[in-house]
Design a protein around this ligand. Sequence first.
Ligand SMILES: Nc1nc2c(ncn2[C@@H]2O[C@H](COP(=O)(O)OP(=O)(O)OP(=O)(O)O)[C@@H](O)[C@H]2O)c(=O)[nH]1
Length: 571
Amino acid sequence: MRLTRLFTLASAVLALLVCGMLGRLLWGEWEHYRAAGTGHHTLQLMQRAMVAAEKLSYERGPVNAVLGDHLPADPARHARLLRARADTDLALAQLRQDLAADAGPATALAPLYDALGAARLTVDQLAALPPAERTPERLDAAIERMFQLVPLALNAVTSYTRASEQVYPRIARILMKARLTVELREFAGRLGSALTVPLAAPRPLTEADHQRLQFLRGRIEQLRQLIKIPSSDIDSEPRVLAAVARMDEVYFAAGQRLVAEVEQASRAGRAYGMDTGQFAQRYVPCMAPILALRDVLLQEAQTQALQDYEAARHELVLALLVGAAILLALTLLLAIVRRRVVVPLLRATRAVVRLGNGDFSMPPSGARRDDEIGDMLRALATLRANSMDRQRLEQERVRLIEELRLRADTDYLTGILNRRAFTAAGNLRLRGARDQGESLAVILFDVDHFKSVNDSYGHDAGDQVLIRIAEVVRDSLRDGEIVARYGGEEFVVMPTYCGLEAAHALAERLREAISREPLTLSDGHILRVTASFGVAVAHGPHAALDDLFHAADLALYRAKRNGRNRVEQQA
Ligand SMILES: Nc1nc2c(ncn2[C@@H]2O[C@H](COP(=O)(O)OP(=O)(O)OP(=O)(O)O)[C@@H](O)[C@H]2O)c(=O)[nH]1
């Protein structure tokens, strides 16, 4: 796998793992935060349900007063009942409103609304009857219907308490105590209600009334002890301690004393000295500290729940920040590894490949880095420099060899082939001629009276003449026809494979060109020189170059002897 691909894959896997881990962490924190928010709402619902339960308990006081009233009814008592009912309805409406977004528990309240309507109807029908027709049985039945309302509300309180406890285990004990105060308020209310019928009649308390009072007092004391059991830090809170003390002082002293007064008057056969309404007016305020304790506990629960909610929010924000920081660090790390390791490695790889291919055009960058990659790039730079030196030396060597070869084959003065190179080429060509059954011709020529040129104009002028003659001959030849300086002022031409006649014609052409060409010396003198030519041809399997030269030389000798500036061919 290519390095870039491997790096991309590894980065993707790493990013996925980190994102998965962070996602899980954030999801947990988000769930915690969301649950805390929901729990806060549930706590409010619980409080609303407690208030509704309290109002239902409270409503029983004015109910008792109205049921114990004579005809014509006391408008003040009726007005109190209406106010109490309005309070209950308001508490239930607020609970219903808060439940609007919470379909489950709202439907659980339906039986309460039904029972409340039926209970109020019963009370109103009974209150409309003359007192004589309000028999104890009917009164008990009506009051019992009112009693049954509170447990229905307490069901909702219980379900919200449980829901809140699940979210805030820390405040479970506080909520339990708050719930106990609601129950205490209910039983305290029932204790008062237990006197409604005897006070309304009025009649002495029966044995059943005493037993009922005894039972209710026992339950109330039990609830009081449960509330007072030290269970959490909350019990040492000054506000809670003060509220408990006030409850003891007001309800358990004054409130219970009032009930005891009624009992004692009954036992002694005395008049009660108060009717139901007057009793309620004195007894109901005694229950207020119980509700005050409930409110203190609920406030404390809400404060702690709010702290939990804030802590969950804080942890969520912290988790988000940590997550973002981790992602940023990972991205930076990958970018650094890519920039500092992967990219330089790829560049180095490309540089090595280029060096291997002999391409030294781009120097490896980043050699100034002070790490292992830098060491490698510096080594690469050295390798490149060494390779470049080697390549330069190699090129120099090839050039020198070529120059040497040229020098070895070239006449130093005229630049045309020398005798050695010509002999080598001639032998090759002769072998070819033999193989192909062709004829090979040689034209040997010699400058006429060259000595007098040297003598008249100097050796340099003689050199210029030789150079010029070489140029003239070279320009007159066609491809495949070669010329060489055979020695001194003697030249040799080898045409392509041809017979004696064609070679003779070529020699004639060259002779004419030399004799026709005026030669201008460097000092301005213009010379005309001529040359004598000897032509010979070799043919057949036994043809030899020496014989060919020898024959041409003889013909040249004849040309000199016959007057120069002429062409002679082998006899
Ligand atoms: N300037 C110059 N002269 C050369 C060179 N090689 C040979 N010579 C001269 O060429 C002359 C040849 O003279 P000869 O052999 O007498 O022939 P010639 O004067 O050309 O007379 P013929 O060949 O009989 O026409 C000599 O004087 C050599 O010194 C050379 O490379 N440069």
